[in-house]
Design a protein around this ligand. Sequence first.
Ligand code: ADP
Length: 302
Amino acid sequence: GVVVVGSISADVTAFTRRLPRRGETVLGDDVTLVLGGKGANQAVAAARAGAPTWLVGCVGRDPFGEIVSSALRSHGVALTEVRSVGDRTGVAHIRVDASGENDIVMTPLANADLSAEMVDESIRAVRDRASVLLLQLEIPVEVACHAVEAGARAGLTVVLDPAPAQPLPDRVWPHVAVVTPNESEAAALTGVEVVDVASAERAAAWFLDRGVGHALITLGSAGALSVTRERTRHFPAYPVTPVDTTAAGDAFTGSLGAALAAGLDTATAIRRGMAAGALATTLPGASPSLPDRKAVDELLDA
Ligand code: ADP
């Protein structure tokens, strides 16, 4: 199975013809309220890919907490390690204009209360049933670093999606089995401007130099670059017609994690992640756009 340590939020999105100027009010066309947060999205992606999945995270005791919990449950994510703390669930406040341009205010609220002790307790609770730990950086960075080390110590394969990108202490990297930045996250962490496969290879070398086992840099419609000490491979993307690229990276990481937990070989796991990422771009929104195992099988067989 897969254990995900990460953020949970209620995504409140207003759709308008154009975004308001400072101080201006515009009329919107629609508003949606859906489950979001990179931790929750990756957990849903892993569960929909067929893996027994536990999410370790915090929600508040408010109506948003009930809404996101029931969404997680309906996608098959185990809630035993989701804690209700305080009175406020994290909220992402999103505005999207007719061209798809957006801006986002993400307020962590309950996500800020996730602690190293909670992570230790949860890893202890699920370690006999899980083999892969998925992490992102929307939770307090010291808790994410603790989770990397605790997960590796418990014998889990630690997959770190360093998003949003922020510097991590050198001691953390050797415990990361797989790092999965996109182009901009790879650039922010390594200082290498990632624009193509050759520059992605230079960025990947930065991670390997710091002790990471496998650098897997996602390149959107250009696919992904996989670099280990033994081998460098470029995987071309599956051609699709994207309508909304939100959560492509979360679909990729969740599906990759599920495939690794199922014992599939690395190249197959990468292909399943890429197919899930491609499919996520063909539907609007974050968690509602995440494909299930059958959709991934169909794209890979096509
Ligand atoms: P993020 O959403 O974190 O920026 P990417 O855009 O790199 O991540 O997407 C993750 C993976 O999803 C890519 O490696 C690719 O395989 C797939 N993907 C993303 N966008 C497209 C696209 N436009 N066409 C085909 N595949 C895509």
